[in-house]
Design a protein around this ligand. Sequence first.
Ligand SMILES: [Zn+2]
Length: 78
Amino acid sequence: MGNYQICDFCGNLSQKTNNKMCKSCEKDYHNIRSIVEVHPDTMVIDISRQTGISVSKILAFARNGFFVLKEGPMEETN
Ligand SMILES: [Zn+2]
């Protein structure tokens, strides 16, 4: 055994995975993704509200390049 990692997203010790996230974060990630894929314009705060996942965690996924998010004021229109 000894095949463990610290999850990049929640800091919990979990079984080692390919993407450095634990099972529960992976579930969160899929939740967020399913929303973003259907409604790419959804803002972080709304995703948070719909999923119950904290804004900081959603931003952590985005920072790590798991998906692109709109952040309202920072959004560029072209
Ligand atoms: Zn985690």
